[in-house]
Write a protein that binds this ligand. Structure first.
Ligand SMILES: NC(=O)c1ccc[n+]([C@@H]2O[C@H](COP(=O)([O-])OP(=O)(O)OC[C@H]3O[C@@H](n4cnc5c(N)ncnc54)[C@H](OP(=O)(O)O)[C@@H]3O)[C@@H](O)[C@H]2O)c1
Length: 238
C-alpha cells in the first residue's frame, strides 16, 4: 500500500522503517527536502540528520509535505503538534478523501508558567489546546474532507510499531474518530504492527484524553526512572 508519513522526526522514522519492512511503498513528507537532506547535526530533540536515516533505509522517497500526501492512500501525521494545523491546512487538497492518522501532541516548549514542572530536560512543555479542545479536533475542523483518526499518541512510537518489545505485547492502544472505516484502517495497520488489544474510544473528542495523557506518560517514565523516551505501555484491565 502507498502510505505517506508526514514528518522526519524520531517518531516518524519508527513508522517509516516499520512500514518499509512490512513491504509498503512509503512516501515521507518534509517542509523542504533539500534543506532536510542538507542538515548535518542533530535536531533539538537530539535526533540525527535525516540523511543518515535515509542511507540506512534505501527506497524511501522524500517529498514536500504536499507531494507526499498526494502519493499516500493512507497518511500518518508526525508533524510537530504546535505547527501541524497550519502545515496540514496548506495541503488540504492533497489530503481530501483520505484517512489521516494523527499522533502529534500539541506541546508548547517555550512558555512561562507560575508553577513550572521541572523535568530532566528542563520544564515540562504545556499543552495547547487542552481540556476543551484537542489537536486532533482542530485538524479535523481544518480538513473537513479528510477522515482524521487519533491514535498511536499514548506511547513512544518505537513501541507503537513494535508492541511485542514490551510486556509480550499485552498492552492497550487506542483509536478515536468520527469515521468508522477510517478507524478500521487505523486498526488494521495497528494489527499489522502486532497489536492485539485495540480499544475504540469513540468520537474524536476522545483525542482530548489521549493528548492530555502525554503528561502522565512522562510522569510514569520518571517514576520508572527511564526519563523521557522510556519504553512502557499501558493496559486497560477489564
Ligand atoms: N516521538 C515519539 O515517540 C512521539 C510519541 C508520541 C507523540 N509524539 C508527538 O508526535 C509529534 C511528532 O513527533 P516526532 O518525534 O515524529 O517528530 P518531531 O521532532 O516532534 O517533529 C518533527 C517534524 O515536525 C516538522 N516541523 C517542525 N516545525 C515545523 C513548522 N514550523 N512547520 C511545519 N513543520 C514543522 C518537521 O519538519 P521538517 O521535516 O521540515 O524538519 C518534522 O517533520 C510531536 O507532536 C510529538 O510530541 C511523538
Amino acid at each position: 500500500m502507498k502510505i505517506a508519513v508526514l514528518g522526519t522526526g524520531a517518531g516518524a522514522r519508527a513508522h517509516i522503517a516499520k512500514l518499509a519492512a512490512l513491504g509498503h511503498d512509503v512516501h515521507v513528507g518534509t517542509r523542504d527536502p533539500q534543506a532536510t537532506l542538507a542538515r548535518t547535526g542533530p535536531d533539538m530533540m537530539g535526533t540525527p540528520p535525516f540523511k543518515e536515516f535515509l542511507a540506512e533505509h534505501p527506497g524511501i522517497c522524500l517529498h514536500t509535505f504536499g507531494d507526499a500526501a498526494a502519493q499516500g492512500e493512507l497518511v500518518i501525521n508526525g508533524i510537530d503538534g504546535h505547527n501541524a494545523v497550519a502545515a496540514l491546512t496548506a495541503i488540504a487538497d492533497q489530503l481530501a478523501g483520505k484517512t489521516l492518522i494523527d499522533y502529534a501532541v500539541p506541546f508548547i516548549y517555550q512558555h512561562q508558567t507560575e508553577h513550572p514542572w521541572p523535568t530532566p530536560w528542563g520544564v515540562m512543555p504545556k499543552l495547547d489546546p487542552c481540556d476543551t479542545d484537542s489537536l486532533g479536533e482542530q485538524i479535523q475542523r481544518a480538513l473537513p474532507r479528510t477522515k482524521v483518526v487519533k491514535s498511536f499518541v499514548t506511547q513512544e512510537q518505537t513501541t507503537v510499531v513494535n508492541p511485542q518489545a514490551i510486556g509480550g505485547g499485552d498492552h492497550t492502544m487506542f483509536v478515536a474518530g468520527e469515521d468508522a472505516d477510517a478507524k478500521q484502517q487505523a486498526t488494521d495497520l495497528l494489527k499489522s504492527y502486532g497489536w492485539t488489544d485495540i480499544l475504540d474510544l469513540g468520537p474524536l473528542a476522545c483525542a482530548r484524553g489521549m493528548e492530555m495523557y502525554a503528561h502522565m506518560h512522562s510522569a510514569i517514565g520518571f517514576g520508572l526512572g527511564q526519563h523521557f523516551g522510556g519504553h512502557f505501555g499501558i493496559k486497560v484491565v477489564r
